[in-house]
Design a protein around this ligand. Structure first.
Ligand code: KIV
Ligand code: ZN
Length: 388
């Protein structure tokens, strides 16, 4: 039986930490409502202690978005946890997510704390969060650069203190997929009572491996993945939700897992996030880039027009797009060109007229990056049919 992978979306928290991105309360609420339609299991709505606006946004989401778990982030500090709880206590299913760094470099230079102090603080703050909220997630920040013995010790202690979700962050995107998979497996094998809680991962994309690392973690026992729409997030971003979900769905022969994501809502969500954050999606971005379902070369166009599966491993409809796109350029072939003529209403052209039009089109394609429909209409009307 395939196992469920829980999708924890952090677009509104880690995604909003992208340089230059700031969403107001209404915008965050609009995205949260769309994430609910998309079918995510949890929405990390923000970091309430960070600003009054973020507090209000988390509160509004907790009050209005009822199906997913609503999560608020807090450092392992009482004031943060109080503020997080104030904002999410209205939610149907609230969760406090608290974190503290556990790697030597972070403890020494950032926290200026000894490992034993960090351990004590983690336990105290998880217990405190638990006194307010039944569902408590704990993250050992910079988990992948933490000494494994210390990591296991902290995780056991916070589970004893009441954590319900243990999240392993690859905070600086340092891990390699096999290594990260092995870390998750070793946590499963070495941490007492790990089977009583949900094991989650949170991968950053500094080396372009966030999605690969998340998928390796799933295959080694992670049940929840934290990710963002369009891979938005600090520096090079977080793991892209749409890539993880479509990899699991498209390669169900490889992954014995499923998600509850309504994949037909992916494109709409991506466009909304891009529009509201002002962060454009690169054209060749997997799944949601403008070119992800576009075919330019004649060989590919001919293949797709004969059988879409020749060059499409998933359908555009499965992510909510109407159809794939045939981009006409200098590499395009006659087959696609004739199809476009028909779509544009030129259904009665004689073979020699089609030949002439194709020749003119190739001349134009050598001069222009894109040949638009209006260019084709003009060249057929003016140069082939000689419409006055
Ligand atoms: O990347 C990170 O370590 C985080 C934690 C707060 C989970 O975002
Ligand atoms: Zn992060």
């Amino acid at each position: 039986m395939p196992k469920k992978v829980y999708i924890f979306d952090t677009t509104l928290r880690d995604g909003e930490q992208s340089p230059g991105v700031s969403l107001n309360v209404q915008e965050k609420l609009e995205i949260a409502r769309q994430l609910e339609r998309l079918g995510v299991d949890a929405i990390e709505a923000g970091f309430p202690v960070a600003s009054k606006g973020d507090f209000e946004a988390v509160k509004a989401i907790a009050q209005n978005v009822r199906r997913p778990v609503i999560v608020a982030l807090a450092r392992a500090v009482k004031q943060d946890i109080d503020r997080a709880w104030e904002a999410i206590k209205y939610a149907a299913r609230p969760r406090i997510h608290t974190f503290i760094a556990t790697s030597d470099i972070h403890m020494k230079y950032k926290l200026k704390m000894e490992p034993e102090e960090v351990l004590k603080r983690a336990v105290e703050m998880v217990s405190y969060a638990k006194s307010l909220c039944e569902d408590v997630e704990f993250s050992p920040e910079d988990g992948t650069r933490t000494r494994p013995e210390f990591l296991f010790k902290v995780l056991e202690a916070v589970i004893d203190a009441g954590a319900t979700v243990i999240n392993i962050p690859d905070t600086v995107g340092y891990a390699m997929p096999e290594e990260f998979g092995a870390l998750i497996r070793s946590i499963r094998e070495n941490v007492r009572n790990i089977d009583k809680v949900m094991l989650s991962v949170h991968c950053h994309n500094d080396l372009g491996l966030a999605v690969a690392n998340s998928l390796a973690a799933i295959r080694n026992g992670a049940q929840q993945v934290e990710c963002t729409i369009n891979g938005l997030g600090e520096r090079a971003g977080n793991a892209a939700l749409e890539e993880i979900v479509m990899a699991i769905k498209t390669r169900s022969d490889y992954f014995n897992y499923y998600t509850d994501i309504v994949t037909e809502q992916i494109y709409r969500t991506s466009t909304m996030v891009s529009h509201l954050t002002g962060v454009h999606v690169q054209p060749n971005k997997a799944i949601v880039g403008a070119n992800a379902f576009a075919h330019e070369s004649g060989i590919h166009q001919h293949g797709v027009l004969s059988n879409r599966q020749t060059y499409e491993i998933m359908t555009p409809e499965s992510i909510g797009l109407k159809q794939s796109q045939m981009v006409l350029g200098k590499h395009s072939g006659r087959h696609a060109f004739e199809e476009r003529l028909k779509e544009l209403g030129f259904t009665n052209l004689m073979p020699e007229e089609i030949n002439a039009a194709f020749e003119k089109f190739k001349d134009l394609a050598d001069k222009k990056k894109y040949v638009m429909d209006k260019d084709i209409e003009a060249l057929v009307n003016e140069k082939v049919l000689k419409v006055p």
